[in-house]
Design a protein. Structure first.
Length: 404
């Protein structure tokens, strides 16, 4: 089984989602289950992963295995592989400051590691539980005797992850390279608990940026889940085609060929990918994103994709089409003449050219002048896409539009 556990506190960001995506992809390739690990109050992550078509077989909440965490911490205490630490926060902070002033990284000095039993049993001070540092000189230089149970007897993230991965029989984990020290700690915990199965870890570099967007914010801006997934996979794996689906990624993704260098978040590239995914949609499907269920409106929306790239921007382009017209004063007289002719003419014109020829003949307007009128009439804008294409998608709405 593979699993995803958010690295960040708060809302899911692009690094979190990319980690989830890659673990899901590899789980499908290996024909293994995919689980998600969440805080008890986290309702967002399951909803977002479902929206991105990441099917999980299990949700592991961080409290559901609390009794196992406590039992295994007690086992470590009995086997003298862990100890109660009574050091106060003030004392720890003092030691940190001394290390800082000496230009050294702080490491706990095992002050409580070998206390006599009577001092432990009779001690009324609050305490944490620390697992003893590795005996290997290499590993012991990586981390100290670190906390596995807090004073309120809740598990620390590393202890919970180590135990939960044991209980869930996790076989493979893709995680951010900043978590290397955490995985070393988790491996140490499992080793001390006598767990011999090897969990394979693959580390990926972070996407960097001054202010990384949350997934919710990208969705609210009008980026499609499939486009976001496409972009995130492409940041860590070079593919032959720029636009692909999650199913495509499951086919071609190779965990052994991932990039080892970090990449800066590129919103313009995401916009480009999003635009292409919008183009690949059926017209009717796209129309739903702008408030309709009509292939003609979807086709109209696609005409704006040379200028905009998100569903939110498309909606802002389509909305004015069905609102009261804002006609410049210098065009008002001719605009009124054109709309009056359209109301009086009951013929149906299949093409824009035929429609425009009739209006030129009836109003005496030049082609260029009529084009200005028609741009406003059809789109409520003086900067419309190609009018013949616009008319093709709006000709059945002309009666409704001229009432605006």
């Amino acid at each position: 089984m593979l699993r995803y556990a958010p690295d960040s506190q708060g809302e899911m960001n692009i690094n979190d989602l990319r980690t989830a995506l890659l673990n899901y992809i590899v789980s499908k390739q290996r024909d293994e289950n995919f689980a998600i690990v969440i805080d008890d109050e986290d309702r967002q992550s399951p909803e977002l992963l479902t929206l991105f078509s990441l099917e999980y077989s299990q949700i592991i909440s961080k409290s559901q295995n609390a009794r196992f965490h406590a039992a295994m911490a007690l086992q470590l205490l009995h086997e003298k592989k862990a100890f109660n630490c009574f050091c106060s926060d003030e004392w720890i902070e003092k030691k940190r400051q001394e290390a800082h002033e000496a230009g050294k990284p702080y490491m706990y000095d095992d002050a409580c590691a070998n206390l006599p039993a009577e001092l432990v049993i009779d001690n009324e001070h609050p305490f944490v539980v620390r697992i003893k540092r590795p005996e290997s000189s290499n590993d012991s230089n990586s981390f100290d005797s670190f906390i596995i149970l807090n004073r309120d007897k809740t598990s620390t993230p590393d202890f919970a992850a180590a135990v939960d991965d044991m209980l869930s029989d996790i076989s493979f984990v893709i995680t951010d390279e900043k978590n290397k020290i955490n995985t070393l700690k988790q491996e140490h915990i499992r080793k001390q608990l006598g767990y011999n199965k090897t969990i394979e870890y693959v580390y990926i570099p972070e996407i960097t940026g001054e202010e990384l967007p949350t997934i919710t914010s990208l969705l609210e801006e009008g980026f499609l889940p499939e486009a976001i997934s496409n972009y995130l996979v492409s940041t860590v794996f070079e593919v032959d085609k720029e636009i692909f689906t999650l199913d495509d990624a499951i086919e071609f993704f190779d965990i052994d060929s991932i990039s080892k260098s970090s990449e800066k978040f590129d919103k313009e590239q995401l916009k480009k990918i999003n635009r292409e995914h919008l183009r690949k949609m059926s017209n009717k499907e796209l129309s739903r994103y702008v408030g309709f269920a009509d292939a003609d409106i979807g086709g109209l929306a696609k005409l704006y994709l040379d200028k905009v790239s998100t569903t939110k921007e498309l909606k802002e382009k389509i909305k004015p089409v069905f609102e009261t017209r804002e006609v410049p004063q210098k065009l008002a007289k001719h605009y009124k003449e054109v709309t009056q002719v359209i109301k009086e003419d009951e013929s149906h014109y299949d093409t824009y050219d035929a429609f425009a020829n009739m209006l030129e003949q009836r109003t005496g307007l030049e082609e260029s002048e009529l084009a200005k009128i028609m741009s406003i009439l059809l789109t409520n804008s003086q900067d419309a896409p190609e009018l013949p294409e616009v008319y093709k998608h709006l000709k059945n709405y002309i009666g409704e539009i001229i009432k605006k």
